[in-house]
Design a protein around this ligand. Sequence first.
Ligand code: ZN
Length: 142
Amino acid sequence: MSELDDLYQELILDHSRKPHHYHGMPEATRKAEGYNPLCGDQVTVYLKLQGDKIRDISFEGKGCAISKASASVMTDLVQDKTPAEAEALVDRFRRIVTDPQGMTFDEADKMAAFSGVSAFPTRVKCAVLAWHTLRSALEAGR
Ligand code: ZN
């Protein structure tokens, strides 16, 4: 395992142990639930949309380290984005965990930590669960 792989591993462990924005949101304007039967991961994503921005996002749930870390990183990245920007991030994340070949990442790119997931097809659903749930929450209001 290279040093960079170790760093990525560490980011995933950190986020799964101490997930960011891990709480309910009574004032949420959107909410969606996701379930990955292959692993048993469950996630609820809460959004507060204001104007054309995602002013707040949080999640709750239970599941494996990858599903939790992925949800945690997602909440960091999507905060204050527009729904369209968030959808673009969903697409990018999906590509990273399924087909990262040819993609380049800079050091600060938290999504890059999940590129290793592409080697483990059974874990892809764990990684994308929160992102697909985010998309459901965004689409719920259309
Ligand atoms: Zn899982």
